[in-house]
Design a protein around this ligand. Structure first.
Ligand SMILES: Nc1ncnc2c1ncn2[C@@H]1O[C@H](COP(=O)(O)OP(=O)(O)O)[C@@H](O)[C@H]1O
Ligand SMILES: [Mg+2]
Length: 365
């Protein structure tokens, strides 16, 4: 069993508290992605799991064993770094076999593990090459092969794709997902890229300044962010945030964005938002939920007019930047439906997807 349990984990470097008391329960064979901006404590957390960094306080369990004092080589985990140092003078086969030889496995066992990993990774015909005869993506695969042959209890990845160019990164992302589908193991994967997190993870852990903001499945994280930070970090282009006031509108409630624009809140949210009536709040809406006017508006969808400031064609859609009382909002329109810059455009907002944030706590209410 390779469940990984992290209990009130902390790490202090002199005057920086890099990790400030995190709890995490990673299930056997689960693919968990730690994501957050640079410096938020992702690598430090991973390195403590690997045993490369001593913990300041708290507890780490791998399987049923507390590993705080277990040296890295005895933790039975494999780590794949951004800088995958392959031995340049060894062939691909030897690079993959090396660790197993050190552990004195017999020759036939080594051979069968290397062949199996090579077939999973599609590098069977590269086994006799040396690293300098490989492309970046192929080297990355060999680095993963070296980890796979060890058959560890868990894989730890620290930004393994950040040295690759954009196209290869997307390909390797799919490869890693395929590999996890074939070789079921526990994976803890660190990245600063929210798209990588969304596409790979069973569960995403969003970190910010040494703490965990939220743990959830990708879809749940996207639909129900718990904090303003998560709401803004997950999704591209980012969620729009506009100051607003919650007001009563007839028997229901509305979100007042400006003197002209007051949008009704769907009935199923009124009891949730009623405590915030007459308070200054932050209205959050993703660009894809503000679109060109829809011919048949459904429940919770409302139209409003806005002046177009900037257009950014993306091919499939065009991003339309408008301003409401001097504050920018990004909408997403079908390319054919946009009006010229400087003219008014009629937009539809889907209030079923609104988020309301309390600016005093930065929590989504
Ligand atoms: N060895 C170290 N000595 C001092 N400070 C460190 C050390 N390693 C990391 N830090 C600090 O700890 C914080 C978290 O770093 P890190 O875990 O590398 O972040 P991330 O991987 O999320 O970018 C940063 O402020 C970083 O400067
Ligand atoms: Mg890092």
């Amino acid at each position: 069993m390779a469940r990984i349990l992290i209990n009130d984990l902390r790490k202090r470097f002199d005057d920086t508290e890099a990790v400030r008391g995190i709890h995490l329960d990673i299930a056997h064979n689960e693919f968990v992605v730690l994501v957050g901006p640079s410096g938020c404590g992702k690598s430090t957390t991973l390195r403590m799991i690997a045993g490369l960094e001593e913990v300041t306080s708290g507890e780490i369990l791998i399987g049923d064993r507390v590993v705080n004092d277990v040296p890295p080589k005895d933790r039975d985990i494999a780590m794949v770094f951004q800088n995958y140092a392959l031995y340049p003078h060894m062939t691909v086969y030897e690079n993959m076999a090396f660790g197993l030889r050190l552990r004195r496995l017999d020759r036939s066992e080594i051979d069968s593990r290397v062949q199996q990993a090579a077939s999973i990774l599609n590098i069977g015909d590269l086994l006799q090459r040396r690293p300098k005869q490989l492309s970046g993506g192929q080297r990355q695969r060999v680095a993963m092969g070296r980890a796979i042959v060890r058959n560890p209890q868990a894989f730890l990845f620290d930004e393994p794709l950040s040295n690759l160019d954009a196209k290869l990164r997307v390909q390797m992302r799919t490869e890693i997902k395929k590999i996890h589908q074939r070789v079921k193991t526990t994976v803890v994967y660190v990245t600063h890229d929210q798209v990588e997190a969304m596409t790979l993870a069973d569960r995403i852990v969003v970190m910010n300044a040494g703490v965990i903001e939220q743990v959830a499945s990708p879809q749940e994280m996207y639909e129900n962010p718990a904090t303003r930070f998560v709401a803004g970090f997950i999704g591209s282009p980012s969620m729009n945030f506009l100051p607003c006031r919650v007001v009563t509108m007839g028997t229901g409630l509305g979100v007042r964005l400006s003197d002209e624009i007051c949008l009704p809140i769907p009935d199923d949210r009124t009891s949730r938002y009623r405590p915030h009536v007459d308070r200054e709040m932050v209205f959050g809406i993703r660009p894809e939920h503000v679109t060109e006017q829809r011919a048949h508006a459904g429940p919770g969808q409302f139209d409003f007019d806005a002046l177009v400031d900037v257009l950014e064609p993306m091919g499939m859609d065009t991003m339309v930047f408008i301003s409401i009382d001097g504050r920018e909002l990004c909408a997403r329109s079908a390319p054919k439906a946009v009006t010229e810059v400087g003219k008014k455009m009629r937009l539809t907002v889907d209030m079923n997807n609104l988020h309301l944030i309390d600016p005093t706590t930065d929590r989504v209410v």
